[in-house]
Design a protein. Structure first.
Length: 252
């Protein structure tokens, strides 16, 4: 069942989203060669605590960290590590913020030092594919319209869209109905209605879309070892169009 949110509840999620967005803006200042994703994870936990929020991922199904940190060929759910980031790496930091029981979810991919044009292009197309999907998140459209817009934008530019991991509803629970794939035909799936809150979080690969899970049960990597990137926002469906609850104020 899809849980609809009132304007007051969406405002509470926006407050969580504002903290999350501010945290990502601070992470952007920290990312550099020599920094570890472990240090970033510790920073995030401290940042959230100082603002009266908590990292919802920590403890979820036994997950031990405040963030997921996915480097290069890691698609998602990578563990923070004490291995320093290197010049030319790309890294996605994903987190879910809990503020007074209401959640917001956002992932962002970052460049480490000077990266290849191939890596820079991947990040830009992945980011823009997310916004192409969000443009379709209007009352009366269907989930498949979001999915299709992302897939078309990505594949026309030579990238593949990961199938195994998808967006979702969110509210007081991290994963709610409906599911939000990032591929598939338009005009399918639940109709979008005012009060729905969703995550749109495409993961794009330079090579094939296939991914596998490592023995730790969490870390997903591209099968062919190609680079992967992810961007994610939490959005609310309103009569005036989609509202990004995790907006960083970045250019579209």
């Amino acid at each position: 069942m899809i849980k609809m949110k009132t304007p007051e509840e969406i405002a509470k999620m926006k407050a969580a989203g504002d903290i999350l967005a501010d945290c990502h803006k601070e992470i952007a200042k920290l990312i550099a060669p020599g920094v570890t994703t472990w240090e970033i994870d510790q920073f995030v936990e401290k940042f959230l605590k100082e603002r009266g929020a908590t990292p919802e991922q920590k403890g979820y199904s036994g997950y031990e960290y405040a963030t997921c940190a996915s480097v290069n060929e890691v698609v998602c759910h990578g563990f923070p590590k004490k291995e320093p980031l290197k010049n030319g790496d790309i890294v996605t930091i994903d987190m879910v913020v809990n503020l007074d029981g209401w959640l917001a979810d956002s992932a962002w991919s970052y460049t480490v030092g000077e990266v290849s044009q191939k890596a820079a292009d991947l990040l830009e197309v992945t980011r823009q594919s997310m916004y192409e999907g969000i443009k379709q998140a209007v009352v009366g459209n269907r989930i498949g319209d979001i999915s299709h817009a992302i897939q078309v934008f990505a594949e026309e530019r030579g990238y593949s869209v990961v199938r195994q991991f998808i967006g979702h509803g969110i509210g007081k629970d991290m994963h709610e109905a409906p599911e939000v794939p990032h591929y598939g035909p338009a005009g399918r799936g639940p109709r979008l209605k005012e009060g729905m809150v969703l995550t749109v979080e495409p993961m794009l690969n330079v090579g094939g879309w296939e991914a596998y899970i490592e023995e730790d049960g969490w870390t997903a990597k591209t099968v062919d070892g190609s680079l992967s990137a992810q961007y994610e926002h939490t959005i609310a469906i309103t009569k005036d169009g989609p509202v990004i609850l995790t907006d960083q104020g970045e250019p579209r």
